[in-house]
Write a protein that binds this ligand. Structure first.
Ligand SMILES: Cc1ncc(COP(=O)(O)O)c(C=O)c1O
Length: 402
């Protein structure tokens, strides 16, 4: 006899199978609620969440200050559009710009939209110099989103090829190959685009040398240097932005995922000429930068400070790194590499990662498999030492024999 929850899940699966466009191969879990680092399914089974809605739920679930901010603001004003001012958008822009070393912000509803807007800034920047300066240098193995512009600069054929032709003039070079990058950037380049830590590509950190070379090549040819920090930014690696581990300063930064704790919000942050590219009428959005999402994002940034979360990310990140490297030492587990920083880690197996991820789930830990062989871990920023230890124990069991 199936349990009540199994029946409920089967009904949801049947309904979705009939009415949704077939875009997702979902995990068979019907989630109902979350608290702290745990999320619960409809049967009440609890999972320690080390994937956090793909890096979105950085404060875990139901943080009381976030719940309160949503409750208060939703009772006052959720949306009014960008026809009018709200009290929070400018304040959030100022905070984010200060964190990133940028000057101005534009708010979107997703990471992809922020990236898309950044591409438009790059076009304006290039065309202001000459009509042919429209090309973009991006990286193999990158991921920048699902709209046509973002897909066109995504260096993974499985996402991009089915939709070609995309934007013309995009050139891909291998991550961390300084020579290839230098050779690809020229007078037609309007932007060099990188993820300082490639996320969907299997948690691949770019070297400081490569980031510097990318910045220098962009500067030399009058192109913009754009960092996609949608997955690796806003504290994930232990600094506000991952490029801040190096000496580079981008012209444009795009950010999203954790910024409004699960409400849809992204941002383009820009400085210098890039910050002056848009003039009224050239870009816009109905929803982006609404009072609810912006207020929650301000609360998120306050909580990061008040709860000393940068310190926590560093401390827990060290524990996670040590624990994962210990797994790598155990030859029989078949861990080929451990990559990452702060609370962003990839465990590279010598085989597909999915069976180990499924075994971890059965044992009460959520992670995901990315780039076939990589177990991706994006735990919440306020995770504590005992949760890290628990996750490591489960991972060890799940990887063994899977
Ligand atoms: C680096 C990077 N860029 C862009 C995106 C797209 O963001 P969104 O799914 O919010 O549109 C993602 C999403 O995973 C990402 O990791």
């Amino acid at each position: 006899m199936p349990t009540q929850t199994e029946t409920e899940l089967a009904q949801v699966q049947d309904l979705e199978g009939r009415v949704l466009l077939a875009t997702y191969a979902r995990v068979p879990l019907l989630l109902e609620r979350g608290r702290g680092p745990y999320v619960f399914d409809a049967a009440g089974k609890r999972y320690l969440d080390f994937i956090t809605g793909i890096g979105v739920n950085a404060l875990g679930y139901s943080h009381p200050r976030i719940v309160k901010a949503i409750r208060q603001q939703s009772a006052k004003l959720i949306h009014a559009s960008n026809l009018y001012y709200n009290a929070f958008q400018g304040r959030l822009a100022e905070r984010l710009a200060r964190l990133a070393g940028m000057e101005r912000a534009f708010f979107t509803n997703s990471g992809t939209e922020a990236l898309e807007g950044a591409l438009k800034i790059a076009r304006l920047h290039g065309r202001a110099q000459n009509e042919q300066k429209t090309e973009i240098v991006a990286l193999d193995n990158s991921f920048h989103g699902r709209t046509f512009g973002a897909l066109s600069v995504t260096g993974q054929a499985k996402y991009r090829l089915p939709f070609e032709p995309g934007l013309p003039g995009v050139h891909f070079v291998a991550a961390n190959d300084v020579g290839a990058l230098r050779a690809a950037v020229n007078e037609h380049t309007c932007a060099v685009l990188v993820e300082p830590v490639q996320g969907e590509g299997g948690i691949v950190p770019l070297t400081a040398e490569f980031l510097s070379a990318a910045e220098a090549a962009a500067r030399q040819h009058g192109a913009l240097f754009i960092c996609d920090e949608i997955q690796c930014g806003l504290g994930r690696t232990g600094r506000a932005f991952a490029y801040q581990w190096t000496s580079v300063v981008p012209d444009v930064v795009v950010t999203a995922k954790p910024i409004a704790c699960g409400l849809p919000l992204g941002a383009i942050l820009a400085r210098g000429a890039a910050a002056a590219a848009f003039t009224p009428g050239l870009h816009g959005t109905t929803f982006g930068g609404g009072p609810l999402a912006c207020r929650v994002a301000l609360e998120f940034l306050d909580i990061m400070d008040d709860e000393h979360l940068f310190e926590n990310i560093a401390a827990r990140g060290r524990e996670l790194k040590d624990g994962l490297e210990a797994l790598q030492q155990r030859r029989r587990l078949g861990v080929k590499a451990v990559r990452g920083q702060g609370l962003m880690w990839g465990v590279v197996l010598d085989r597909p990662a999915k069976p180990a991820v499924e075994a971890a789930r059965d044992l009460g830990l959520l992670a995901n498999a990315t780039h076939e062989t990589v177990i991706r871990l994006l735990p919440p920023y306020n995770v504590d030492a005992k949760h890290v230890a628990k996750a490591l124990r489960i991972l060890s069991r799940a990887i063994k024999g899977n």
